[in-house]
Each structure stands twice: as C-alpha cells, then as structure tokens.
Write a new protein. Structure first.
Length: 405
C-alpha cells in the first residue's frame, strides 16, 4: 500500500527536523517541502522558508520562482518592515491544481472536485441501498465527465489525479447490509482503480475510506495536531485512522486503524464490538423499527430528520463505546489527541464528543495519559476530501516519515 505523507507540524521549533538539501538534483523534493510548509502555515516569505528549512536563500529563491512559474504559488501583498526592501509572502494558488475524490459508501456514492486549497468546487452524489461494482463504476465515469466540464477549459489540464476512498473487504459486509451475498461478491475480483484508470487519463489511487477521512484532517485540517493522534470517523460503520510521527500509519495491508472491531461492552453489558454500538447503522435500525423514515440520514447531512429521543439514546451508547475504545487504544500508544468526526450534523457530532468525555470520567485511568478528546475539523466531507488528497499528497507534499529517516 502506498504511504502518503499528509501533514507537517506547525511552529518553528517543530518543523526544524524537516530539513531541505542544497544539493543539485533535489529540486523536486525541496519543492514539495516548500509547498507543504506554505499549505500548513499560510503565506510565507522566502526568508521565512529559508529559516524553516535550512535551505540557502539562493536555493529558496530558485524554488519559489519555479513554483510561481508553474502556477502553484502566487505573490501576496508586500509587507514592509522597519528597514530594507519589503517582504513578499507567497501563498498557494487556488487554481494551481485540481483533484477528484470518489467516496464509495455503504449507503451512498459521492464524487467531489476540489481546488489546490481543498475547496469543494462541485460534487455529484447518489444514494443506494448497497454499493455494487458495476453501478459504482458507471457512476464514477459519468460524474468524472460532468465535473471536469464544470472547470474552465484552461484549467482542465491541471486536474492532477483521482483518489478513491472505499471500505475494504466489501464482500464480507453483505449480511450486515441486509443484502444477498451474491450482490456483493463482485467486489472480491474487481479492480476499481484499474477500471477507472482505463477510461480516464488520470493517475488513480485507492485507500480505505476511514483512513482517507483521517488523511483529510492531516492535509486540510484547521488546527495544529500532535505527532501522534487517534481518529474516529462515524459513518454507516465506524472506522478510523492512526497517525504516528505526523504521518498516517496504514500498515502493510493498508487496514491499520480500522477500529470498528475493537471489543467494547454492548448496551446490556455483554461483549460486543465498537462497530455494533457506535455506527450509524444502529441509529438507522432504531429509527426504522420505530416507524421513522431513514433516507434523510444519507441524502443531506445538514437536514437530518431523527427522533430526538432515539438520537440521544444512540449518542449515549456510541459515546460509551468510544470511551472504552479510547482507553484501550491509549493503553497501547500514548496518543496526544483523539479526534471524532463523521457523517453527522455538526451539532450531533459535538454532542457525541461531549458525551464521550463524560463517559471517560467514569474510568480508572491510573497509569495512562488520557488525551484531549475533540471534534474533527472537516466534517461529513472527510472521506471524499481524503480521497481527493491522495493525488495531492503523492505529487505535491513531502513524505514526513521518509524525511526523518
């Protein structure tokens, strides 16, 4: 599984280990380093970049000119100091590159087109009862063509790739999705990356959907993150990601940080798994059993129609499971933070975070450093944005793990 470097720490002291090189032949690596710093810090002057990277002023000047000529960086307004020439900060050009991200969900498909800053420019979405290979590929082909046409002709050549965020082992989920196994069996043999790449002249990348959501937080997140953190994404099934040394750790099989199978007590105290108590499938089942419609859960996350009593019960059960999962995970790795996000209205997500904190207070955590529990900053778009971040990271960001090796 391809590893993607998806973030740099913010602050002068923490970026010092990320050093550049002044040797010939290393411009591509140094360009990635500069782009990564500007993405994390915002506009930076040549002097600031030289100080943060250890590169010479001459090397930085050459890099910045090249990136500006390629349309990846743009000049900001000059900043005048007390002496000398004014400093000219450089920022990412929003039209420098564009990326497509396909989210294959258990209840919906979504394709987004984003600019170089991560802003969603256009999207296409389809709700389904379960994902089928042929229908998914047909949706992708149609939606890719539609979204490309939303760009001005002069920008279409700047589409740098497509990422796919998809649950792994989809064929194993037929029973939990309530569909005949043969309807999902096609996922066992189909190569969705190859199918899409054969039709479109774009680099195509694939990653687990929950890991992709975590990747979105690393690339586009709006707050400083510690070197190690744990990430939960609450979707139809809950999943997540593990970040070590500022980089997403996906493991040899690409499935590390799945989190759903973590053992936790069920509502009646019997052994269960986190996926059974903290997934939206449980909320959907409870609403359906009470006679409420559930399509609105998947059509538009901003306009949920959920009975408040059932919703509050689900939040409490999910938060209790999350608290158990946090304590278990922190017994293995000393995480600096735990982020919780998902396909949830922001107020519901905030309530889930608060309730998780409350349940953590009931645990005996002697000998453990319990991290801060907070709300993720991306929200419901995390999987699709994480998919789109895959080609961005592959082409334009520094591999922080390799850089420190």
């Amino acid at each position: 599984m391809q590893k993607f470097a998806l973030g740099l720490p913010i602050g002068h002291e923490t970026v010092l280990p990320l050093r550049g090189t002044n040797q010939m032949g290393m411009r591509a690596r140094n360009e990635r380093l500069v782009l990564s710093l500007v993405r994390q810090h915002g506009a930076l002057s040549k002097a600031e970049i030289a100080r943060l990277t250890g590169l010479s002023a001459q090397t930085v000047s050459v890099i910045m000119r090249a990136l500006e000529a390629e349309g990846l960086l743009a000049k900001g307004d000059p900043v005048r100091g007390k002496v000398g020439q004014p400093s000219v900060p450089m920022h990412l050009d929003e039209n420098g590159a564009f990326f497509l991200g396909l989210k294959v969900g258990r209840r919906s498909l979504e394709l987004v087109l984003i600019d170089f800053l991560g802003k969603v420019l256009a999207r296409r979405m389809r709700v389904h009862t379960h994902p089928e290979p042929e229908a998914t590929i047909a949706f992708a082909h149609d939606a890719i063509g539609q979204l490309i046409l939303t760009l001005p002709p002069e920008h279409r050549s700047r589409i740098a790739g497509l990422g796919i965020a998809i649950p792994f082992f989809l064929w194993d989920w037929a029973q939990m999705l309530g569909v005949p196994p043969e309807r999902m069996e096609g996922w066992r043999t189909i190569d969705i990356r190859a199918e899409i790449a054969a039709r479109h002249s774009l680099p195509v990348f694939v990653q687990n959907d929950a890991s992709s959501a975590c990747a979105a937080e690393l690339v586009f997140g709006k707050t400083e993150l510690p070197p190690e953190f744990l990430y939960f994404y609450v979707g139809y099934f809950i999943g997540g990601g593990v970040v070590l040394n500022h980089a997403l750790f996906s493991g040899a099989g690409g499935n590390s940080g799945a989190l759903g199978p973590l053992p936790v007590p069920g509502p009646d105290g019997t052994p269960s798994q986190l996926i059974d108590v903290a997934s939206l499938t449980r909320l959907e089942s409870s609403l359906s059993a009470a006679g409420f419609e559930t399509d609105s859960l998947w059509e538009d996350v901003r306009h949920w129609k959920a009975d408040p009593v059932i919703l509050d019960s689900w939040i409490d059960t999910a938060a209790r499971g999350l608290a158990h999962a946090v304590v278990s995970a922190c017994s293995i790795i000393d995480f600096g933070q735990v982020l919780i996000d998902g396909w949830l209205p922001r107020d519901v997500a905030a309530r889930l975070v608060d309730r998780t904190r409350q349940h953590l207070g009931a645990f005996d955590v002697t000998g453990l450093n319990i991290p801060e529990i907070r709300l993720g900053t991306i929200g419901a778009d995390a999987r699709a944005l994480g998919a789109a971040s895959l080609p961005l990271s592959e082409r334009f960001l520094i591999d922080t793990e390799a850089q420190r090796a």
